[in-house]
Design a protein around this ligand. Structure first.
Ligand code: ADP
Ligand code: ZN
Length: 613
C-alpha cells in the first residue's frame, strides 16, 4: 500500500485515495476482476491508471470516443506516464511506433476503441505483456442503456482470450439492469462490485421558477458576472434558444459565449466545442447534444434554461460541472410553459406512462420545499438522512404563513371571470392593471379588481404556482391553459379549510464559486463538504494563476485543465507556496509537473505577493 501511495503522489500529486479507489486498486493488483460504479468526477481513472503504473507490462483501456482517449492520454503524459491511444485516424507510421513501444514494454497504458481492439486480437495483443484490461464507459455494452454501442458486444471474448488478465469495468450509470448486463457480457470472473455514493456534494443546487424572460436573462447575466472567467454551460431545450441566448449574452452584455446544437455545421460545432474546452470562450449555450465525450474538469457552473424531462437527464447534465471536486453551482429555471410543453411531449411519446411519471418526479423535485439533494439521492435509491446545506431550500428554509385571504382573492377572481382566464390575466386583475385587454373585457368592474395591489407581479406568480401545487386550482391543458378552481379550492374559498403557503423570499445566491461566498460550511457535518472546504478566495492571485495556466496551455496546445486543475490552483491560492518543497505538496503536483511548472508558478506567486508588500 505504501508503494501505491507513493505512486499516487509521484504521478498524480495526491496524498490520499478517494473512497473505494484503494480497494479497487488492491483487487486489480491481485489480478481479480471488478465492476466500478462511481459518479462523474468520482475518480474512476486512477482505479486503473495506478495499477497500470504499478504492475509490469501495459494496460489496455477500452474507450468509446477518440476525444475521451485524447484527453486521458494528454493528462497521463503531462504527469509523466507513458501512454498513447491507437486509432484509425493516425498515420501508419505513428501506429507502428506506438505498437513498437508496447511490444518493447515502454508503454504503461494503451487506449483503444472496441473495434480497434477486436482488430488487434490476433495481432498485437497476444504479443504484448498485458497487465490489465480496463473497460471504460462500460454501460455502452448494455442494450438497456442510453448509450448502447454494438462494438462493445465483441468485448465478451476478452476473458476467453486473456483469462489471467484482470478486467476492470467502469461506469457512471448505476442501475441494476446495466450492472447485471456488464458482468454477464464481459464474462467477468467472480467480480467484486464497487458502488460509491452518487452524491456530488460540491455541486450546489437551486431552482427558480416563473421568471419573465427578461428577468431570467437578467438573473443569468448577474450570475455569470459574479463568475467572470469561469467556464459554464447553459442548457436550452430549443436550438433557436441556444443561439438567441448566446447572442444576447455576447452583444448586449459582453460575455464570451457561443451556441452549440446538432443543427450547426460540423465545423462550426467542433470549433465551438474546442473553444470552450480550451477556455477561449467562457459560456456555451447548448442543447443536450453537448457534453458527451467532454472531460473538461473545470466547468464551474451549469444553468438549465428550461426544465429537463427527467431527473436522470438533469443529474447527468449538472454532473458535467465540478468534475475536479471544486465547488460548482447549478441553477434550474422553469415555468408553466415548460411544464405544458413537456407534458405534451410525454403524451405524444411512445411510452406515455413512463415519461409522464418521469416528468412528474422532475416536477416534484422542482416544487419541493425539502432539501433537494435528499430528493435526488432518494430518487437514485440512496439513503440521505441529512439536509445538505448546499441547496437553495437548505440555504433559505421555507417560512409558512396562513395565506387563506390571499388565496381567496385569487380564487374569487377566477370564478368571477367564469374560469376563462390564464395566469397572466389573473395577476393583472388582482393588481388592478390598466392594460387595454382588461378594460375591454370589463374585468376592471369586478369586485376583486385591484384587490391584490400590495403584492408585486412576481410574488403573485409565485403564490399562484403554490396554489397549483397545493391543488387549489388546476390548469385546463386542453383549453388554452385557463385556470379552474378545484373542489379543494372551493373549500378554501368558503373558509372550510386554511391555505398554508410558503412565504416568498428573494433567492439567496449559492455563491460557492461566485463572490460573496458563504463562509459557513454545509450543515451536515464532516466530509460532505470536503471538496469545498478551505476554498480560498483571493481573486487577484487566482486570476494571475489562471492566466499563466492559459499561456502555458496555449504554448503546449493543450486544454488548460490538463496543465493544472482548478483544484490545484485553489490549493495554490490557499497555501501560497514559495518554495519547491511547498509547491510539491500542492494537490495535483507530481514529480513531472513540479519540474516543469514549479518555478514558473512559484515566481508568479512571489511577485503577486511582493507587490502587495
Ligand atoms: P471520473 O472518470 O470518475 O469522472 P476522474 O477520474 O476524471 O473522474 O477524476 C475526477 C477528478 O478527481 C480529476 O481531476 C482527478 O484528478 C481527481 N482525483 C481523482 N482521484 C483523486 C484523489 N485520490 N485525490 C484528489 N483528487 C483526485
Ligand atoms: Zn439541501
Amino acid at each position: 500500500m505504501d508503494e501505491q501511495l507513493r505512486i499516487l503522489k509521484k504521478f498524480f500529486g495526491y496524498d490520499t485515495f478517494r473512497p473505494l479507489q484503494a480497494e479497487v486498486i488492491r483487487r486489480t493488483v491481485e489480478k481479480r476482476d471488478s465492476l466500478v460504479l462511481m459518479p462523474t468526477g468520482g475518480g474512476k481513472s486512477i482505479c486503473y491508471q495506478l495499477p497500470a503504473i504499478y504492475l509490469p507490462g501495459t494496460a489496455i483501456v477500452v474507450s468509446p470516443l477518440i476525444a475521451l482517449m485524447k484527453d486521458q492520454v494528454e493528462g497521463l503524459i503531462a504527469n509523466g506516464v507513458p501512454a498513447a491511444a491507437l486509432n484509425s485516424t493516425m498515420s501508419d507510421e505513428d501506429r507502428w511506433q506506438i505498437k513498437q513501444r508496447c511490444l518493447q514494454g515502454r508503454m504503461k497504458l494503451l487506449y483503444m476503441s472496441p473495434e480497434g481492439l477486436t482488430g488487434e486480437l490476433d495481432r498485437l495483443l497476444p504479443r504484448m505483456n498485458i497487465s490489465l484490461i480496463a473497460v471504460d464507459e462500460a454501460h455502452c455494452i448494455s442494450q438497456w442503456g442510453h448509450d448502447f454501442r454494438p462494438e462493445y458486444a465483441q468485448l465478451s471474448v476478452l476473458k476467453e482470450r486473456f483469462a489471467d488478465v484482470p478486467v476492470i469495468a467502469l461506469t457512471a450509470t448505476a442501475d441494476k439492469i446495466t450492472r447485471h448486463d456488464i458482468v454477464k457480457q464481459l464474462n467477468l470472473h467472480e467480480p467484486e462490485i464497487f458502488i460509491s455514493s452518487f452524491d456530488r456534494p460540491n455541486l450546489s443546487l437551486a431552482v427558480r421558477r416563473g421568471l419573465e424572460l427578461k428577468d431570467k436573462i437578467a438573473e443569468i447575466v448577474r450570475f455569470i458576472h459574479r463568475r467572470r472567467g469561469q467556464s459554464g454551460i447553459i442548457y436550452c431545450r430549443k436550438r433557436s434558444d441556444t443561439e438567441k441566448v448566446a447572442d444576447v449574452l455576447m452583444r448586449r452584455y459582453n460575455i464570451s459565449a457561443v451556441a452549440y446544437h446538432a443543427g450547426l455545421l460540423p465545423g462550426v460545432r467542433e470549433r465551438a466545442q474546442n473553444d470552450f474546452i480550451n477556455d477561449r470562450v467562457d459560456v456555451v449555450c447548448a442543447t443536450i447534444a453537448f457534453g458527451m465525450g467532454i472531460d473538461k474538469s473545470n466547468i464551474r457552473w451549469v444553468i438549465h434554461y428550461n426544465m429537463p424531462g427527467s431527473i436522470e437527464n438533469y443529474y447527468q447534465e449538472i454532473g458535467r460541472a465540478g468534475r475536479d471536486g471544486v465547488a460548482s453551482d447549478t441553477v434550474l429555471f422553469y415555468s408553466l410553459g415548460d411544464l405544458v410543453l413537456l407534458r405534451r411531449f410525454a403524451e405524444e411519446s411512445g411510452q406515455v406512462s413512463v415519461n409522464m411519471e418521469k416528468l412528474y418526479r422532475m416536477q416534484r423535485y422542482c416544487e419541493t420545499d425539502l432539501c433537494r439533494r435528499r430528493i435526488l439521492l432518494s430518487y437514485f435509491g440512496e439513503e440521505a438522512p441529512n439536509d445538505c446545506g448546499n441547496c437553495d431550500v437548505c440555504r433559505n428554509p421555507p417560512q409558512r404563513f396562513d395565506g387563506s385571504i390571499l388565496v381567496q382573492k385569487a380564487l374569487s377572481a377566477v370564478l368571477r371571470t367564469e374560469e376563462r382566464i390564464g395566469l397572466r390575466m389573473l395577476i393583472d386583475i388582482l393588481r388592478g392593471s390598466g392594460r387595454m385587454e382588461v378594460q375591454q373585457l370589463n374585468y376592471h368592474l369586478l369586485k376583486t379588481y385591484g384587490a391584490g395591489r400590495d403584492l408585486p407581479y412576481q410574488v403573485w406568480k409565485e403564490y399562484i404556482y403554490q396554489m397549483l401545487q397545493l391543488g387549489f386550482v388546476e390548469i385546463d391543458y386542453l383549453n388554452s391553459q385557463v385556470l379552474k378552481v378545484t373542489p379543494l379550492g372551493r373549500k378554501v374559498l368558503f373558509g372550510e379549510t386554511k391555505a398554508i403557503l410558503t412565504l416568498y423570499k428573494e433567492p439567496v445566491e449559492a455563491a460557492t464559486t461566485g463572490r460573496g461566498r458563504r463562509s459557513t460550511r454545509p450543515a451536515s457535518g464532516a466530509g460532505r463538504a470536503a471538496s469545498t472546504e478551505g476554498a480560498a478566495h483571493d481573486d487577484a492571485l487566482m486570476s494571475a494563476l489562471r492566466l499563466l495556466r492559459k499561456q502555458l496551455a496555449q504554448q503546449e496546445k493543450m486544454p488548460a485543465y490538463i496543465i493544472f486543475s482548478d483544484a490545484s490552483l485553489q490549493d495554490m491560492v490557499l497555501r501560497k507556496p514559495m518554495t519547491r518543497e511547498a509547491f510539491a505538496a500542492i494537490k495535483g503536483v507530481g514529480d513531472t509537473k513540479l519540474e516543469k511548472y514549479g518555478m514558473l508558478f512559484i515566481n508568479l506567486i512571489r511577485s503577486v505577493l511582493n507587490e502587495r508588500g
